[in-house]
Design a protein around this ligand. Sequence first.
Ligand code: ADP
Ligand code: MG
Length: 263
Amino acid sequence: MEACTHQTKPFLRLDSIDFSYYGNLGEIKVLENINLTVEKGEFVVLVGPSGCGKSTILSLISGLLTPVNGFITFYSEDFAAPRIGYMLQHDHLLEWRDVYHNIMLGLEIQKSKTPENLALVDALLEKYNLSGFKRQKPSALSGGMRQRIALIRTLATRPDLLLLDEPFSALDYQTRLMVSGDVRSIIKSEQKTAILVTHDISEAISLGDVVFVLTKSPCRIKDAIPIEFEKNGIPRSEIRSAKLFQEYFDEIWREIQDENTDL
Ligand code: ADP
Ligand code: MG
């Protein structure tokens, strides 16, 4: 047990968040009393049915939207605003730039092509065996490879937090399995904190350190399930065939069904 004085501090907290969209038909209440804590270095997954409010939660965290009620708090040692990197369903790679210059895009926009950052890009390409693809155009690459490049582009800007909004949902099943595992291990290896949203229960279980189960209309947090394969002596390469995987699946499935929603 850790001594109380060495307790890990939260990295991010959402406290009692309510959110509504206002349109022609009046108020549409989307989020109700969302509470969650993210630790530094944690890979958090929010799983819930389509349209329940997952992207809205990410927009609130990134500051694109403001909650109607509640607080969003980032804990940083230097009180600087956190740098947030997004990864989306579509990789948004530009066809008229080669892989290297696509990766440079974030740094160019931030005007931060410093020698340190250029060295980081080279190191990331090298470490993840992508150096050989630098001069390729995006159209020459598979969907899975394109998402890896999109992740490296995001990491090049040294984000404190990665927000992943269903980044694998456009990929075919086989590719999705492989790339999602790769993306998790790159994020872990770079010691980044990440929040991924998905409607895919298997993806949630295979990627998350903790899975928050969300309900529909208005979206609430039904449960928070720690995913503990390592603690149970199951290596990551074997999680999908483990009995525990099925148990997590059944538990989450039941919780979502209870709400009478369809995924
Ligand atoms: P998810 O990402 O889980 O699919 P969203 O966060 O995109 O869900 O949307 C949650 C709900 O809010 C949906 O019912 C959607 O139709 C509605 N919604 C999303 N964006 C807007 C908007 N700009 N104006 C009005 N309603 C919106
Ligand atoms: Mg969404």
